[in-house]
Design a protein around this ligand. Structure first.
Ligand SMILES: [Zn+2]
Length: 357
């Protein structure tokens, strides 16, 4: 892999605006990055499918998926005082929302900087300070003083998508990435690099990549891509929430610098045990760090793919500290481990092995 090229790609993807339903910037970066690796097509929902160059049409089909969207907000109503009432898109904890910088897309497609409102301490009673914030009480402030100003000068309408306003940073000394939307732009970048690594290589499977839209609102894009691809097997690349700053040591299953997480169970999927064991063994054999996770919450595109026709599916996640908040960390070494594991899996698979899953 070309590390500098990968870093530039991750930076562009992380900075791109792409709340669920508005993934255009992400899909155009992705489509350009993969154009030499196969036949690229995009549907009206902004799902992108890449049929790898050299696919035979008579080998088992492996769908390698990542989702393109990120969690964010949408303008619900414009208040007389010029602030914007909003709803959340995807899962947020209300406590991480107030006082953040965001970007609101206006009618011309321009992103306008804004701040999510909070009450200055001067106006809070002792009781107020103890209360948890509620999204319904928050608004977005673009700096206007009337609804007319918002609609006429800022050109912002109801339905405008909103994303966190965060710029990517690479912390060279620690080989650490900092930025927004690593769930799932890190998986998206890994999908590009997987196609890059395999480019020109002969495989015993046909690889079709999908960049599915709208995962954060219920795996909606993957329900479409799986029906178009009709895979025999699937690998889902994700940016799952790291738990190593959250739980006790013995419970850490998605820790930073511990390699990719292979999920056994979450609310949406029980992965195929044979395929899961195969991937974990391969990681061990090749000396690639990996960890496995049994989660009580969560969900991912693997659910939609698995349920299409029982397709054996594994989920390979690059741990993201503080996923679903504006500021996240990823260790680049975990990205490399995930990429190595995915390419080794794809290089080793054939019809016989897949039949045994
Ligand atoms: Zn995700």
């Amino acid at each position: 892999m070309d590390k500098q090229k990968s870093l530039r790609l991750i930076e562009a993807l992380s900075n791109a605006n792409g709340v669920s339903g508005f993934e255009n910037e992400v899909t155009s970066i992705f489509s350009k990055a993969v154009q030499d690796f196969g036949k690229v097509s995009e549907d009206h929902m902004r799902n992108v499918i890449v049929e790898r160059g050299g696919n035979s049409g008579n080998k088992p089909v492996v769908q390698v998926d990542a989702h393109s969207d990120e969690v964010g907000f949408m303008v619900q109503a414009i208040k007389p005082n010029g602030t914007l009432r909003f709803v959340t898109i995807g899962g947020w904890s209300a406590i991480t929302i107030p006082a953040q910088k965001v970007r609101v897309r206006n009618r011309d497609g321009e992103y306008i900087p804004a701040v999510i409102t909070s009450t200055p301490p001067h106006f809070m009673t002792v009781e107020d300070r103890k209360k948890l914030p509620q999204v319904a009480d928050m608004s977005i402030d673009v700096g206007a003083t009337s609804a007319e100003e918002v609609m006429n000068d800022f050109k912002i309408d109801i339905g405008a998508p909103v994303v966190p306003d965060v710029a990517f940073d690479y912390l060279k000394d620690k080989d650490l990435l900092m930025g927004k939307a690593f769930d799932n732009r890190i998986g998206t970048a890994c999908l590009v690099d997987t196609l890059q690594e395999l480019n020109g290589q002969a495989l015993d499977v046909d690889v079709v990549a999908s960049l599915s839209a709208q995962e954060e609102v219920g795996d909606r894009g993957a329900q479409i891509t799986v029906r178009r691809i009709k895979p025999d097997l699937s690998i889902v690349l994700e940016g799952p929430p790291a738990d190593d700053t959250v739980v006790e040591n013995y419970m850490i299953q998605t820790g930073m610098r511990r390699g990719p997480m292979l999920r056994d169970y979450d609310r949406s999927i029980i992965v195929n045990p044979g395929f899961q064991a195969y991937c974990l063994n391969l990681a061990k054999q090749k000396g690639i760090k990996a960890q496995r996770a049994v989660r009580t919450g969560g969900g991912n595109d693997g659910a939609a793919i698995n349920l299409y026709q029982g397709t054996p599916t594994v989920v390979i996640g690059i741990p993201v500290r503080y996923a679903h908040t504006p500021y996240c960390y990823v260790a680049f070494e975990d990205y490399v481990s995930a990429l190595n594991l995915v390419t080794e899996i794809l290089k080793s698979l054939d019809a016989d092995r897949i039949n045994k899953f």
